[in-house]
Design a protein around this ligand. Structure first.
Ligand code: MG
Ligand code: MG
Length: 629
């Protein structure tokens, strides 16, 4: 597959863009004239530099307002075309994109446009160049790929072909299946972009909100399936205009783009098994069965406080690592690892963030296939030397430089707890916590799209709708990524300012990732009471919260009183009910949560978040005092 990306999709100056695109593994680039206007070199130098970096120029664009012009304007348009052709030959590319005209004096008419393209095709052929015609969604006369194709068909010239762009087709809700009727050899180029579904002016939407395939809501895979079915096997190119991306890192954006293309073509290959597709075969999206463990890097007093908190929540210290200063705490299927090593990755993570969740282990269907897929999708590998008798557990880098390990039953990795840990201590009755319900990761808002693509492209997980969480000091966006059965749940929380609780955590932990871990209980009242008996101090909720709750939901007064006594919060929707309570924040803003889902409730108690955040802030930052954490 010839992977390509428009230079406008990436931040940075021209050479930074090229370096990032080449490093991500792309075959080529679409070049915009304005890209290299600021670059001090001739078009010939620019072309040479691009090829020296191992990239081809797959397309030159744009050439605007060409077709349907009268008289002198028409002559001028052909003159402009000749100058573009000069430039293309100097750069060393043979294909130019002509987008459908928006010129106020242009005239409609399929045949008029076809005649213009037939003549342009003649001129291009003399130089060995090709011209591709694209229907802009806001074109004056042509705004539909079906009309653009009819013009190309009637132009009937071997050097004139069609360019299809998923944004222009899908933003106008044109059925992508109509592309299947077009001969693949008359499609000269394919551009891909996704976008969030927002009802706004098409041009504004296109110029500011496009994103990578899989990051938005458009059926880009259906579009690409139709394109592939025509027999097209030329470049597949990302053309993404996004304001947020302009401030992002060029390497990160190029990597996300590459990841989105590989994942998309894998989806197309699986959906169209009859097609021969020139795309790498990679393992399918991985089934996640839950969170197997979370590992803290911690030391000294903080480690002791954390162990005491775990004990008060009903956890038992069940094992110690055979050779390392690593303790395993367990309750039900929940495993919490406390790593006090002064060497290795956990130690580095501690030095950087203080007490932090440095590692999350996911239970997956096949751990080795997971890393194979993840690495094919440009995830960063993680390995550290293993001691004698230790298992090499597959892992990759994740949010904030943390690590994601993969554990499965099939390859014996799930035995790590008996192989690497010697049992200590006595089992207690615990507090009825059964499993990890979700892990909540905090990041800057700019990174959310990237990490949601990371999870949804590697794993069989999907995005839930984004929710705004009102922090008294600013907005936090929250997006859940979850498996179809809800067994694996990760929430991404994007902070825009350091004054929010999430933003403060990011600042204080120097970019820590996991801010809270939620444990499931089948009887949250029994769990809360058992924990009270063990000395657990919950996050205190103010009386006003319960008054508000009483006004919002028809709750039994006895139940409400019981909830208030145990600081339990409540939410419900049409599918079911949700109970939750929190620990007090520790070590710079990390906290635990206990939840009970009743019937089909699939959310995370979003409406309670402002109350929870206010309660946490009261504890963390007493009035008139400097910040304590
Ligand atoms: Mg386009
Ligand atoms: Mg939560």
């Amino acid at each position: 597959m010839k992977t390509s990306i428009a230079t406008v999709s990436i931040s940075g100056n021209f050479t930074e863009k090229l370096d990032a695109i080449a490093a991500a593994g792309f075959y080529g680039i679409e070049i915009f004239e304005q890209d290299f206007l600021a670059y001090d070199g001739s078009p010939r130098d620019v072309g040479r530099m691009i090829r020296d970096k191992g990239l081809e120029i797959t397309l030159f664009q744009p050439f605007r307002d060409f077709e349907g012009l009268p008289g002198a304007l028409r002559t001028k348009a052909f003159d402009r075309a000749e100058r573009k052709f000069d430039l293309m030959q100097e750069l060393g590319t043979d294909l130019v994109l002509v987008c459908s005209t928006v010129h106020p004096e242009s005239m409609g008419g399929i045949d008029r446009a076809a005649d213009d393209f037939a003549e342009l095709g003649e001129r291009a052929a003399k130089r060995g160049l090709r011209v591709g015609y694209e229907a802009l969604a806001w074109g004056r006369h042509v705004n539909d790929h079906r009309d653009a194709w009819e013009i190309v068909r009637r132009a009937d010239h071997p050097n004139i072909g069609l360019i299809v762009d998923s944004f222009h087709t899908l933003s106008r809700k044109i059925d992508p299946e109509t592309i299947r009727r077009i001969p693949g050899d008359k499609i000269f180029f394919v551009q891909l972009a996704d976008a969030p579904l927002i009802d706004m002016d098409l041009l504004y939407w296109s110029r500011h909100f496009r994103n990578m395939p899989g990051e938005g809501d458009l059926p880009v895979a259906d579009f690409m399936r139709a394109v592939t079915a025509t027999g097209y096997d030329g470049p597949v190119s990302l053309e993404i205009f996004n304001d947020q991306f302009r401030g992002g890192s060029s390497e990160g954006l190029a990597r996300d783009g590459y990841r989105s293309l590989i994942a998309l073509m894998d989806d197309v290959r699986r959906a169209e098994p009859g097609l021969r597709l020139n795309a790498p075969e990679i393992p399918p999206r991985v089934r996640v069965d839950g969170v197997s463990f979370v590992e803290f890097a911690t030391r000294a007093g903080e480690a002791e406080a954390l162990a005491a908190l775990l004990a008060a929540m009903g956890f038992t210290h069940v094992g110690d690592h055979v050779s390392k200063d690593v303790a395993l705490w367990q309750q039900g299927d929940i495993r919490i690892v406390l790593n006090r090593e002064t060497k290795g990755f956990a130690s580095t993570a501690y030095a950087m963030h203080g007490t932090t969740i440095c590692d999350v282990g996911l239970s997956v269907s096949d751990a080795h296939a997971t890393t194979e897929r993840a690495l094919a999708l440009a995830a960063k590998p993680f390995e550290q030397p293993v001691g004698p008798g230790e298992l090499q557990i597959p892992a990759i880098r994740s949010v904030g430089g943390s690590v994601l390990h993969f554990i499965d039953e099939a390859s014996g990795l799930a035995d790590v707890w008996s192989v690497e840990f010697k049992p200590v201590g006595q089992g207690t009755t615990g507090a009825g916590l059964t499993r990890i319900d979700h892990v909540a990761e905090t990041m800057s808002y700019d990174e959310m799209l990237s990490w949601s693509l990371f999870y949804t492209s590697i794993f069989d997980m999907a995005r839930a709708p984004m929710v705004d969480v009102i922090d008294p000091d600013g907005l936090v966006r929250s997006q859940a990524i979850q498996t179809p059965d809800g067994a694996g749940r990760i929430t991404l929380n994007g902070a825009e300012t350091h004054r929010t609780l999430a933003g403060g955590f990011l600042a204080d932990s120097f970019g820590g990732a996991v801010q809270h871990v939620a444990f499931a209980s089948d009887d949250i009242f029994a769990s809360a009471e058992a924990m009270t008996g063990l000395g657990f101090a919950p996050l205190p909720m103010p009386g006003n919260y319960y008054k508000d709750l009483e006004a919002r939901f028809p709750l039994d007064p006895a139940l409400l009183a019981r909830m208030q006594g145990l600081n339990i919060l409540y939410d419900e929707d049409t599918t079911g009910a949700f109970f939750q309570f929190y620990s007090r924040p520790f070590a710079g803003g990390i906290f635990f949560e206990v939840v009970q889902r009743v019937e089909g409730y699939d959310g995370y108690g979003g409406p309670n978040a402002p109350f929870r955040i206010a309660a946490q802030k009261r504890l963390m930052r007493p009035k008139g005092m400097p910040r304590q954490t």
